[in-house]
Design a protein around this ligand. Structure first.
Ligand code: 2DT
Length: 216
């Protein structure tokens, strides 16, 4: 069946636990969109290339320490720096494939002590909202079987388990953003096909307005 031409680009957000294959699948979705003749671009957060991104990178690599709230706000600022550009791209008809966004922001920070979900959501309110969240789901055990975690700050079992729990809570928010769960334990090709059918549905349903995240 043919993919209807949307009035603007679609904002596809891929989220998931570490090691779920998110980055590979972002590349594959981008390729499929381009092959289908749909203008598209990739984006990822944190964007480590900007000045806020460099501070975030050194925090993640544990070469610097920061207060939990301060780093949370920096991750949010790192998204706000791109907010206008996201809206411009979408309005110009370019779809966006985004690797992590505000949901990762809240899921990770709210997995720390004394950081509640609503406090964590506040700075991201009003960001351009994605048209769908494609959540690549797998158990922490399955993720670990993929070769263990790396050296960065959050790459530890207990943290990963809490983050997965937080993502589940976020998926149940009644925030008007559709979540689509994909079984990330399948082969890469199966995961790619599942994502592609979600992407096609999403393209057909895109509304002209870019909505604002977590805004009533
Ligand atoms: P990557 O491995 O995908 O580069 O992620 N993170 C990410 C946060 O804590 N807050 C955020 O707002 C975002 C976008 C998740 C780097 C790590 O940064 C975490 C993993």
């Amino acid at each position: 069946h043919s993919t209807a031409k949307p009035t603007r680009g679609a904002f596809f957000l891929l989220e998931g636990v570490d090691r779920c294959g998110k980055t590979t699948q972002c590349q594959r979705l981008l390729q499929r969109l381009l092959q289908a003749g749909i203008a598209a671009t990739a984006m990822r957060f944190p964007n480590r290339t900007t000045s806020t991104g460099q501070l975030i990178d050194s925090y993640l690599q544990q070469t610097s320490n920061m207060d939990d709230r301060a780093i949370h706000l920096l991750f949010s600022a790192n998204r706000w720096e791109s907010a206008d550009m996201i809206v411009e791209q979408l309005k110009a008809g370019t779809s966006i494939v985004c690797d992590r966004y505000a949901y990762s922001g809240v899921a990770f920070s709210a997995s720390k002590d004394n950081m509640d979900l609503e406090w964590c959501q506040a700075p991201d309110r009003g960001l351009p909202a994605p048209d769908c969240v494609i959540f690549l789901d797998m158990s922490t055990e399955q993720a670990e079987e993929r070769g263990g975690y790396g050296q960065e700050r959050y790459e530890k079992r207990e943290m990963q388990q809490r983050v997965r729990q937080r993502f589940q809570e976020l998926s149940q928010l009644d925030d008007g953003v559709q979540w689509k769960f994909v079984n990330a334990a399948q082969t890469m090709d199966q995961v790619e096909d599942d994502i592609w059918s979600i992407a096609q549905q999403t393209l057909e349903q895109v509304q002209p307005e870019v909505r604002q995240l977590w805004q009533s």
